[in-house]
Design a protein around this ligand. Structure first.
Ligand code: G6P
Length: 610
């Protein structure tokens, strides 16, 4: 959720920290701050505005120094304010934190008795005071005090800690929230995400759970919580610094929508062989482990959950595998019955979503035959902890509303379906050939749909001033309706609900009037005539319709009904292709409503707290 950066160098670190924060702002953006050390003192600047405002503030109140930490916040304990913003300072120590310290109240109570006073309402300040107490009052060397305090913590953290009296070391730790160490020449860094550090290095150590590190300009020492030294594996990132530029686009979300043809092409690269889907080269995939699978449990959150719902339709229909899909925050707290020969699948853009990760850890104790993740971030926790992984390869996704990650997740699930279907003999070679040739045509088909952007932007004007909206779909297009509604509400703040069109008459029809647009996803498929009856039910009650179709059936435009026709394409691609105009619709509505498209209020891209 929050983003943290730390740096120790032989040059001023504040430009590195501020650029790092700018790149991490997708993680949370209700306040931010930076703190460096110079001449034995802290230089700390904070704001309840965005990183751009912090950068301007730092120009007025410079933060010199070769050691520093910085933070962009998504509030958990204590509302957004300068006092609650990080870095927090207690005596000679300053710290930034991503995560939640669940037992902070108890910690605080004991520290109050020991004479500590607290400025903020945060859990972070309590933990920092505890470290300070162990170091300053009980005389433990700082790293020992840090490790001891962390061993008392219940909850999750990624932390960066500095001591103004000893500005030669930056301390970091990780448990439950992501943290990477970046290796420079004569300088070292830490951050919540490699993206923050790409301008200064490509060499990283991905910290594992329960690790602590001490960074100086010349070395990185890695320990466990008992301070036993550990070996650090160094990995090279293939992302480039440009992956977080908007290029010619106005917003990251717009750029990411238009990147989908290339993203989809890269998702399928090396995974199609002639008329077949071949996932045998995918990291860790073993035919032996997968050929016995006869049921699948998919667990995810948000948009990734919607991808799972689409996957269920494919896996059951094409591969004949019984599949159920659950929201991770629900799955992790209930007692599930695990069928034998069952595969546990997580789907996640970030690979760090706390509930999804907790569900995976639970599943590993529950007797699943194997675990697989569909994920966009290599070296993420989910990827490291799953038996198999299918990378979506969408490239860095910065806009908080997920777009290219979703469609590439869908493609991965389709590839997985075909692979498993063929492995089990449920899918004939002819059908496999048909689907693989459709998949090859997908990037071009996506490009054709995106070329209708202007028409969608005109349609979006219909939504100006509207407060509510319904999205309807049937069959495999029902989860697409859910995703369309989620996109619209999260970035335009128009209240939107997705419904299975057949459910209309069981409640939502009561809402129909001429002030609430009803968006219908109506491709040319076996359920079109059923959907047309649902459309008539809306029309008969004076509802305003906005239908995405392929020109089939008896649908006609009239003053109540606007039809946007998509180019013809193979039926198997419909869920992916019909997602695109819904993303564009949400985008244009948000632009018209003047919202912050890439950083909508109250949301964060990577939800690393439960
Ligand atoms: C947040 C994001 C969503 C995303 C969800 C799950 O809510 O704003 O866009 O779908 O988390 O994230 P994941 O990284 O697990 O796909």
């Amino acid at each position: 959720m929050c983003g943290i950066v730390g740096a120790i160098a032989q040059r001023d670190v504040s430009p590195i920290l501020l650029e790092g924060l700018r790149r991490l702002e997708y993680r949370g953006y209700d306040s931010c701050g930076v703190c460096t050390v110079s001449d034995g003192g802290f230089n700390c600047v904070k704001t309840v505005e965005k990183v751009q405002a912090l950068t301007a503030k730092v120009q007025q109140h410079p933060c010199p120094g070769r050691l520093g930490i910085a933070h962009t916040r998504w509030a958990t304990h204590g509302g957004p304010s300068e006092t609650n913003a990080h870095p927090h300072i207690v005596g000679n120590l300053a710290m930034v934190h991503n995560g939640i310290i669940e037992n902070f109240a108890q910690m605080k109570e004991e520290l109050l008795k020991a004479g500590y006073a607290f400025k903020s309402q945060t859990d972070t300040e309590a933990l920092l005071a505890r470290i300070h107490f162990l170091h300053a009052k009980q005389g433990l060397p700082l790293i020992n005090a840090f490790a001891k305090a962390l061993s008392e913590v219940k909850g999750s953290y990624a932390l960066a800690l500095i001591d103004r009296d000893h500005p030669e070391t930056l301390y970091v730790a990780r448990q439950g929230s992501p943290l990477v160490i970046g290796l420079g020449i004569g300088e070292n860094f830490a951050a919540s995400d490699v993206l923050a550090l790409l301008p200064v290095t490509r060499r990283f150590i991905y910290m594992k759970e329960g690790e602590i590190a001490a960074l100086t300009t010349s070395e990185v020492k890695l320990y466990d919580l008992s301070l036993n030294p550990l070996h650090a594996e160094i990995a090279e990132s293939d992302l480039d610094a440009e992956s977080i530029s908007k290029g010619k686009y106005r917003h990251f979300m717009q750029k990411e929508i238009f990147e989908q043809p290339e993203a989809l092409a890269s998702t399928m690269m090396g995974r199609l062989s002639g008329d077949r889907v071949d996932l045998s080269s995918v990291a860790g995939f073993s035919k032996a482990a997968l050929s016995d699978i006869d049921s699948i449990k998919i667990v995810a959150c948000g948009t990734s959950y919607h991808a799972g719902l689409v996957g269920k339709y494919w896996l059951e229909e094409l591969a004949g595998i019984s599949t159920s899909v659950e929201i991770a925050s629900e799955y992790r707290y209930r007692k599930a019955v695990v069928k034998p020969h069952s595969l546990f699948v997580t789907i996640s853009q970030s690979g760090e979503t706390a509930d999804t990760l907790a569900s995976l850890r639970l599943a590993k104790k529950q007797g699943y035959a194997a675990t697989l993740c569909v994920c966009n971030v290599s070296a993420s926790s989910l990827m490291r902890e799953s038996d198999f992984s299918l990378m979506t390869r969408a490239g860095a996704e910065i806009g908080v509303a997920s777009t290219k990650a979703f469609t590439t997740q869908l493609l991965c699930l389709l590839l997985l379906t075909v692979y498993l279907g063929a492995l089990r003999g449920a899918l004939s070679p002819e059908r496999e050939k048909e689907i693989t040739s459709a998949i090859r045509a997908l990037p071009e088909a996506a490009r054709a749909v995106l070329s209708g952007d202007e028409r969608v932007s005109r349609l979006a004007e219909e939504f100006a001033g509207k407060h509510h909206c319904l999205f309807l779909g049937r069959g495999i297009m029902y989860p697409i309706a859910l995703e369309g509604a989620l996109k619209l509400k999260e970035i335009s703040y128009i209240h939107a609900e997705g419904y299975a069109a057949g459910e209309l008459k069981h409640g939502p029809i009561a809402l129909i009037d001429d002030k609430m647009p009803v968006v219908v996803v109506a491709p040319d498929n076996a359920l079109l005539s059923k959907l047309e009856s649902n459309i008539e039910e809306v029309r008969a009650r004076g509802g305003r319709l906005c239908v995405f179709s392929q020109g089939a059936g008896s649908l006609r435009e009239d003053p109540q009904t606007e039809i946007l026709t998509l180019p013809p394409a193979p039926a198997i691609l419909q869920p992916i292709l019909f997602t695109l105009p819904l993303q564009l619709l949400a985008y244009h509505c948000a632009v018209i409503n003047g919202t912050d498209v890439d950083q909508p209020r109250n949301l964060a891209k990577s939800v690393t707290v439960e």
